[in-house]
Design a protein around this ligand. Structure first.
Ligand code: AHR
Length: 512
C-alpha cells in the first residue's frame, strides 16, 4: 500500500466510522444514447488571466509558445482530449466587437473589460488567434456572439468572415488578413446570460430578439449546419426555459443553455482551500443539484419538443469561491482542491447519465479563472485535481451510455443528506466498459457493489484520484501532490465488482 493510501486508511480507522453500502446493476439498454464528447467542453473568457497572461503570452514571450499561445497549455489540453472551447465570454461576449480583434495587431483598438477588473485590453488575441488555437487543439470552437450591445449585421458578418468559402466582402477581408480557407465554425451562442449582464432582458423580449438573430444566421433550411444556442436559464429559472421553448420555432434553434455554479452562498462564497465541512457540504449539495435542474429543465423541453431535437447545453458550470488573497477581485482566480475534483466527477456523472438531452457542457473556466484545469504563474504551470478528473473521464467521450440503477447510501452533515456515491458507465467502440465512481462523503468510506454479470466482462483495471485531506491541492511548489494512481484495492469475481471507496476520491474502472 502506498504511503498516501496508508494515511487514508489510518484516517478512516481513526474516525471510527464504518464503511457504508451502495449497490448498482449495470446493463446495456435499447436505444442507449451516445455520451457526446462535447459534454467534456471548456470555456475561455477574456477574464482575469485566462486569455492574457494565461493561454496567450504573445509571440515574443520567452515562454515557449505556438503563435503566442503557451505550448505547455496546448499540450496539456490535447492530452485531456478537450473537445470544444467556448470564447470570448461569458459577460465579456456582449461587449465584444469582433472586428476590433482582426488585422495587424498594432492597429487594433483597445477595449476596456468593463465586467472583469476594468482593465484595458489591446485586442491582440482575436478571432484568428482563437480559431487557429482550436485547430491546434483539434477542438471545436464555440463562439458566443454579442447580442447585448451588437447588431444583427455585426453577427452575420462574423459568420461570413469565419465560414464563407466563396467571394464575399467578409471572406475577402479574412483572406487579406492571411487566412484563405474558412474555419467552418458550427457552434454559435446567441448572446450570454441575457437575463443579466447580456442586457437584463425578460425571457419574452429575448425570445423575440433571438428569433430575429437566428433568422439571419443561416439559409432558409440551415443547410450549412449552423448550431444555434440560445442563452439559457440561470439555475432554476424554469420560466426562462418555458418561454424560450414556447416562443422560439423549433427550426430556429438547436440548443438551449443553462448556467449553474457551485458555491456556499452567492454573497459569502468562502475560501477555495481552507473551507470547513459546512462550506464543503453546501458546495457539494449545490453541485449535486444539477441532477434536479436537468430533470426539471428537460421536463419543460419534453413538453414542447417530445422528439428531443433541441439539446440542453450547460455552457457554464463549476465551483466559485472567494479569490485568492492579494489577487484582483475582478479576476476570479482561485485554487482547486479535492472538493473541486468531487464537483467535477459528480457533475460529469450527472451529464453522462442525462446524455439523451445534455449534448454539450463547458466547465468555467480553462486557465486561471474559477474551477480551472490549469493554473499558471509566469513560466510555471500546474494541472489541478479537476484536470485529472477531466482526463480520467475522457474515456466516456462518444461511448454508449450503460443503464444503471444505483442505490446509494447518504453523506450526512448536521441533519442534512446528499447521495454519497455517484456513478456513470459507458461502453466504447472497442467494447471496453468504463465506470466512473465518486464518493463525495468527506468522512466515510463507502462500499459499492456493482452487478455487471450481464456484460460478460473478464478483466478489470482501475485508477484513482485521492488525497489524505480534502483541502489538498497542487501548488507551484508541489505541482504533483495530487495525481492519478493505479488502483488495485477492489474485488472482481464472476461479473461482480466490490470496492471500498475512500472519502472524497474518484475511481475509474476499465473492464473488458
Ligand atoms: O464565468 C464567469 C461569469 O459567470 C461569466 O462571464 C458569466 O456568464 C457568468 O455569470
Amino acid at each position: 500500500m502506498k504511503f498516501k493510501n496508508l494515511l487514508l486508511a489510518g484516517a478512516i480507522m481513526a474516525s471510527g466510522l464504518a464503511t457504508a453500502q451502495s449497490t448498482a446493476v449495470v446493463e446495456e439498454q435499447e436505444n442507449a444514447p451516445t455520451i457526446s464528447r462535447h459534454i467534456y467542453g471548456h470555456f475561455a473568457e477574456h477574464l482575469g488571466r485566462c486569455i492574457y497572461g494565461g493561454f496567450y503570452v504573445g509571440e515574443d514571450s520567452e515562454i515557449p509558445n505556438t503563435a503566442g499561445v503557451r505550448t505547455d497549455i496546448i499540450q496539456a489540453l490535447k492530452e485531456m482530449k478537450i473537445p470544444n472551447l467556448r470564447w470570448p465570454g461569458g459577460c465579456f461576449a456582449d461587449t465584444y466587437h469582433w472586428k476590433d480583434g482582426i488585422g495587424p495587431k498594432e492597429d487594433r483598438p483597445t477595449i476596456v473589460n468593463r465586467w472583469w477588473g476594468g482593465v484595458t485590453e489591446d485586442n491582440s488575441f482575436g478571432t484568428h488567434d482563437f480559431l487557429n488555437l482550436c485547430e491546434e487543439l483539434d477542438a471545436e470552437p464555440y463562439l458566443a456572439a454579442n447580442i447585448g450591445s451588437g447588431t444583427v449585421q455585426e453577427f452575420t458578418d462574423w459568420i461570413q468572415y469565419v465560414n464563407h468559402d466563396g467571394e464575399s466582402p467578409m471572406a475577402n477581408l479574412r483572406r487579406e488578413n492571411g487566412r484563405e480557407k474558412p474555419w467552418g465554425v458550427t457552434y454559435w451562442g446567441v448572446g450570454n446570460e441575457m437575463w443579466g449582464c447580456g442586457g437584463n432582458m425578460t425571457p419574452e423580449y429575448y425570445a423575440n430578439l433571438y428569433r430575429q438573430y437566428a433568422t439571419f444566421m443561416s439559409s432558409w433550411d440551415n443547410d450549412s449546419g449552423i448550431y444555434r444556442i440560445a442563452s439559457g436559464a440561470n439555475v432554476d429559472d424554469y420560466h426562462w426555459t418555458e418561454v424560450l421553448m414556447r416562443d422560439v420555432p423549433s427550426h430556429l434553434i438547436e440548443g438551449v443553455a443553462l448556467h449553474s455554479y457551485s458555491f456556499v452562498e452567492w454573497d459569502a462564497k468562502g475560501p477555495a482551500v481552507d473551507f470547513n465541512e459546512l462550506q464543503y457540504f453546501k458546495t457539494i449539495e449545490r453541485a449535486l443539484n444539477m441532477e434536479t435542474l436537468i430533470q426539471k429543465h428537460t421536463a419543460i423541453m419534453d413538453k414542447y419538443d417530445p422528439e428531443g431535437k433541441i439539446d440542453l447545453i450547460v455552457d457554464e458550470w463549476g465551483g466559485w469561491y472567494n479569490v485568492e488573497e492579494g489577487t484582483n477581485p475582478g479576476f476570479l482566480y482561485q485554487q482547486n482542491t479535492m472538493r473541486d475534483a468531487m464537483i467535477a466527477g459528480a457533475t460529469l456523472n450527472i451529464f453522462n447519465n442525462h446524455s439523451d438531452r445534455v449534448k454539450m457542457a463547458n466547465l468555467a473556466q480553462t486557465v486561471n479563472v474559477l474551477q480551472a484545469v490549469i493554473l499558471t504563474d509566469d513560466e510555471k504551470m500546474i494541472l489541478t485535481p479537476t484536470y485529472h478528473v477531466m482526463k480520467m473521464y475522457a474515456v466516456h467521450q462518444d461511448a454508449t451510455l450503460l443503464k444503471l440503477d444505483l442505490k446509494t447510501d447518504a453523506y450526512q452533515y448536521d441533519g442534512k443528506k446528499v447521495p454519497a456515491i455517484s456513478v456513470s458507465a459507458s461502453k466504447d467502440a472497442q467494447g471496453k466498459v468504463h465506470i466512473s465512481v465518486v464518493n463525495v462523503d468527506m468522512n466515510k468510506s463507502h462500499n459499492l457493489s456493482l452487478d455487471l454479470t450481464s456484460l460478460n466482462l473478464k478483466k478489470a483495471d482501475a485508477s484513482i484520484l485521492s488525497a489524505p485531506d480534502v483541502r489538498d491541492h497542487n501548488s507551484f511548489d508541489n505541482p504533483n501532490k495530487i495525481q492519478v494512481e493505479e488502483f488495485k484495492d477492489f474485488k472482481f469475481k464472476k461479473g461482480n465488482l466490490s470496492v471500498d471507496i475512500a472519502p472524497f476520491s474518484v475511481i475509474m474502472f476499465e473492464l473488458n
